[in-house]
Design a protein around this ligand. Sequence first.
Ligand code: ADP
Ligand code: MG
Length: 460
Amino acid sequence: MKPEEAWNIAYSQMEIQFDRASFETWLRGAAFLGFEAGVFRVGVGNAYARDMLQNRLYRDVRRVVSDVWGERVELCFEVYKPPAPASGDEDLPLFRLLARQAAENTPLHQKIGRPVRPDLPESELNPRFTFQRFVVNSANRLTVEAALAVAESPASVYNPFLLYGGVGLGKTHLLQAIAHACRERGLRAIYIPSEAFTNDLVDAIRQKTTAMFRDKYRSADVLLVDDIQFIAGKESTQEEFFHTFNTLYTFNKQIVLASDRHPGQLHTLEDRLRSRFGGGLIMDLQPPEFETRLAILEMWAEERGVKLPPGVAETIANRARTNVRELEGIFNQIVATSQLSRRALSVDVAQGVLDGYRRPRHHVTLARVLDVTARYHGVSVSELTGPRRTQKLTLARQIGMYLAREVTQASLPQIGEAFGGRAHSTVLHSCNKIAEDLETDELLRRGVETMQKELFGGAD
Ligand code: ADP
Ligand code: MG
């Protein structure tokens, strides 16, 4: 494998594995520059990102790149100016292709740009995170309508507006959509992940520029703070945030927050902050249903000029059920694989990628899956792997295979082997059947969740 290819693969894996805010803030657009003597040289957009990657994220990035490259490597991050995209899309690495397509889809007024006010801590917004690109469905309709209302009349309807939900469900997307809409109307909207807010504060304290720090944030018409669960437990940040919050609120400015859980469950959050949050509107985001996942995939495919043959979208949507970010990662990987290998996109290509797809972070063994599944169903492991085919045993087996596929690193044949030498097509059939049933069967879903929790709880 060429070093550049290795970097590109590592890049798409980091997109799936890393927390979205970190990826978007520090890694988005990071490009391969060169490789010498075991060192990958990587170009990034600014000195802030370079320092962050060189110091705080170094080991995480190195681990992913080393895994792909096959031996331990070192990294060197440099600030660089990305070249203007050449013609001939096929030759561009996937992410540059994406960035370029996003740029081409940017409305004219954004390309021309408004005069930039100096000293604005606004982080760049992702041009793809707009309301137009957010697929609305019955489960998230009210939340999106509330977000639209906030964007249309900041500080008059719901203030603060707090959005919460699990990873990869579109919190950052909606926050930035509000920011885009406000900026389009000339308002000063500051979007900032709470981690960056904290860093900024720590710097300000160190350099004795806290007054400037306050002015910056308090000059916002709309302040959007992402992932506020990270400020829970950090006292000085909470203190500063509380004052910023009060000032903005008093001057009738809009505050929008996102958290990965309900503020009531952020246990180390100061009470006075919690009650402030509770004074506005709190809305949640739920995982999208099957049809919505299909609609999202269709939208991405259309944007990228990719044709999805029958069955491909269904195959992907069946796999990533609870997390749109994962859906996106899988989709990107499938498109990249078909482009790099110059094979037409098909159910086979998709299935091949899914078979090799590694779920990050969990290292659960097949033996554990057998054990937990057997115990949950009140059968023995030898019955589970044996030849008998009562209704109860067959279902338990199918669920076990599904779990194995979800939480272990094992391939289909390995799973078949562990379940008493069953064919790999049987495993695939079982996984698809359970994935389908999970859509409608609440009881099954709860059972699977319970077993997953037990598996992760015991393995982490
Ligand atoms: P979170 O901040 O909740 O972890 P993100 O906002 O980063 O999640 O969303 C993850 C990815 O999924 C993004 O690329 C986002 O555009 C996409 N996404 C999530 N929900 C939707 C949706 N309803 N329609 C379109 N894209 C979505
Ligand atoms: Mg986010």
